[in-house]
Design a protein around this ligand. Structure first.
Ligand code: IMP
Length: 181
């Protein structure tokens, strides 16, 4: 499927499943190499990162744990700027090596807020692993250690990412077309 329609918008394929899988494997290999012996706790940020987390974890070969948190700041195609509270973290992260697993870092505000919240719980170290970064949109100076792919400043769906709740189910990533028409 090269084109999909979700509600009022049309999208065209921009990153194939094969490309995604290749880059996710590369990120996993880096983590396996860097964090061996550290028993990392992967903290997957729902909903958007569920597919990335599943594929990433399948390629992690070192002892580790994975847990899920939820927070939302996005409605439609523009960031609201309002970041909700982190919910669902019951694990004690003090002294732990934490790897935040995100779908996309856009402005970076969500990640900044998450780092602040987690920082108060005394982790040993926090690393960021994100499927995607939109470098042109980034407003916060973040040290993002693991990035699968850098993409232009266009709205995308698929592989966990949504447009108003739809489109998360596709294995490819699609970019919006006719955005300004
Ligand atoms: P930030 O706080 O601006 O970095 O926004 C991060 C969040 O916005 C991500 O976790 C996504 O849920 C959402 N987001 C950013 N860009 C897109 C996009 O192109 N498609 C779908 N969701 C997006």
């Amino acid at each position: 499927m090269n084109r999909i329609k979700i509600k009022d918008k049309e999208f065209t394929i921009s990153i194939t499943e094969e490309q995604i899988q290749r880059e996710v494997k590369r990120v996993a290999n880096g983590i396996n190499r860097d964090l061996a012996g550290k028993n990392p706790l992967f903290l997957s940020v729902l909903n958007g990162s569920f597919m990335f987390t599943a594929d990433l974890m399948r390629n992690i070969t070192i002892p580790c744990e994975v847990t899920f948190v939820k927070l939302a700041s996005y409605q439609g195609v523009t960031t609201t700027g309002k970041v909700k509270e982190m919910m669902g973290l019951s694990e004690d992260i003090s002294g732990r090596t934490v790897v935040i697993v995100e779908d996309i870092v856009d402005t970076g505000l969500t990640m900044e807020r998450l780092l602040e919240t987690l920082g108060t719980r005394n982790p040993k170290e926090i690393h960021i692993a994100t499927l995607l970064v939109k470098p042109e949109k980034l407003r916060i100076d973040l040290d993002i250690k693991y990035v699968a792919m850098r993409i232009p400043n266009d709205f995308i769906v698929g592989y966990g990412l949504d447009y108003d709740g739809f489109g998360r189910n596709y294995s490819n990533i699609y970019t919006v077309i006719n955005e300004n028409e």
